[in-house]
Design a protein around this ligand. Structure first.
Ligand code: GLU
Length: 289
């Protein structure tokens, strides 16, 4: 079976040099291996995802000379699949609803911090400080009825117990130079949100389900997602999904050393193209010439 690679951008902005690097790397790893390259739109955020960004992604990738298979999977068209997965995790007793607004969570974190250090996840976000896991069924029903914001969280302790120790083989490098056998540390993320009332999925959930449904064998993506792989391995184990090979690549930095983001207009492929750059210039800029 040929290996299956994918490039999975979120259509909430224009592609920048960092995306070009990731997409070209996937394309160039797939080609000599006789592999397939899929494109996937991670468009579960209905507010930030825009058709014009999706169209621009197609245009920019084609301009770079990248070829991918069609049809392109759009996550927003498969919400029922993700819902079925949360139903299964809920049946297994691994999910619980929480009802705090963002402002309430910020208040709870501040209260914890006033008492002492409060842990942060690998992205620097404070862990969930709430106590929703121990709400009575009556309290849950009352909050639901009152229309409180609802998030479905993974009970990390129970999930960890069920899944046992997990890891993955890193074919690239983690932020601290990790490679080879890496132990997953999903507990570093606390009780992660897997779905919300308005969006019945999350990045973590849809990415593992789609990688499995699309037969992805090789996940090649930025090092900023290295520790997310801990959660992905856990969800794969809980949902009985196969484990792809992971290769996290370096992130391109701007001249000030900051991670490139879609908001930095100057490095968008459109902008560079408008200024006369050719695909070969982009390859040189990202170090793939
Ligand atoms: N959609 C994610 C992003 O644009 C990438 C997901 C992945 O490669 O796992 O950052």
């Amino acid at each position: 079976m040929p290996p299956v690679f994918r490039f999975a951008p979120s259509p909430n902005g224009y592609l920048h040099l960092g995306h070009a690097f990731s997409a070209l790397l996937n394309f160039e790893l797939a080609r000599p291996a006789g592999g397939r390259l899929l494109l996937r739109m991670e468009d579960i955020d209905p507010v930030r995802s825009k058709p014009e960004f999706e169209a621009a992604i197609h245009e920019d990738l084609a301009w770079l000379g990248i070829a991918w298979e069609t049809p392109v999977r759009r996550q927003s068209e498969h919400l029922d699949v993700y819902r079925a997965a949360t139903d299964r995790l809920a049946r297994d007793g691994l999910l619980y609803p929480s009802f705090e607004s963002r402002a309430e969570i910020a208040r709870l974190v501040a209260a914890e911090q006033a008492r002492g250090a409060w842990p942060h996840d690998p992205d620097g976000v404070p862990l969930y400080p709430g106590v929703a896991r121990s709400l009575s069924p009556e309290a849950v029903a009352r909050l639901r009825q009152a229309g409180a914001p609802t998030a479905l969280r993974l009970d990390m302790v129970a999930a960890r117990r069920r899944a046992g120790d997990l890891g993955w083989t890193e074919g690239g490098q983690g932020p601290d130079g990790q490679s080879g056998a890496v132990a997953a540390r999903p507990e570093a993320w606390g009780d992660v949100i897997l779905a919300r009332k308005e969006t019945p999925t999350s990045y973590h959930l849809s990415v593992v389900i789609d990688d499995a449904l699309q037969g992805v064998t090789d996940v090649v993506r930025g090092r900023d997602l290295f520790w997310s792989t801990s959660v992905h391995r856990l969800l794969q184990q809980l949902l009985g999904l196969p484990q792809p090979v992971y290769r996290h690549h370096q992130l391109l930095r701007d001249t000030a050393g900051a991670k490139l983001s879609k908001s930095i207009h100057a490095t968008s492929l459109r902008q560079l193209r408008a200024e006369g750059a050719m695909p070969a210039d982009i390859r040189r800029l990202v170090g793939l010439a």
